[in-house]
Design a protein around this ligand. Sequence first.
Ligand code: PXP
Length: 249
Amino acid sequence: MTNDLRLGVNIDHVANVRNARGSDYPDPVRAAKLAEQAGADGITAHLREDRRHIRDGDIEALMDCLSVPLNFEMAATPEMQAIALRHKPHAVCIVPERREELTTEGGLDVVRAQNGLTGYIEPLRDAGCRVSLFIGADEAQVEASYRVGAAVVELHSGAYCDLFHEGKFEESNAELKRIVDMSTYAHSLGLEVHIGHGITFDTVKPLAEIPEAKELNIGHFLIGEAIFQGLEPAIHEMRRLMDEGRATL
Ligand code: PXP
């Protein structure tokens, strides 16, 4: 059995609850520390252009207090690049961002943006950040990610998970197959494979069974589940299911 699958916990939604009332609680940094104690291998936080959840001060505090790596999610803007270069987090995950969206709806169009992305990634890589691109499970996007110099691709699992929860199992399986195939392809190019978005207790195992997957990034479901069973037990259960999936390898 191989068990080399990391769990990255995204704490953005703790900040959403905090910001809903303009209070200073619940503190996403406290949640990150708790997640770390519960066995998270990394913490993910998305600093949006409009600062709707995570704020600059949260990133600073996370950089100061975490023992596990921070995966800093951001749009490919000059402002975010400057912030990343100031903090030099372990990883930078570049995501598409539209102000009106509720969450990161689709993957980055690396094929279209490749000319700009190569130069954008270079200083981040030189600063020691592992640069990851959040993309749909699509061959052209994987290939372009390799070409622009990314170290990692994070494959978007939102469609697979959503279709599963809508009971559209045939379509969901087709999406899963795309993720499986593109994990193999990305790995063959030397890219590290991460998977994220929309993952729940019901959808995690088939993703954990993908041998090339090295990290799953999970936020919304875990923070929601924490209301019912607490963050630590929710993370333990996710970890257990990931281990179960991994044990089939
Ligand atoms: N990975 C990336 C790149 C994301 O943008 C998000 C959402 O912020 C996640 C993972 C986590 O998705 P979810 O909150 O649906 O688990």
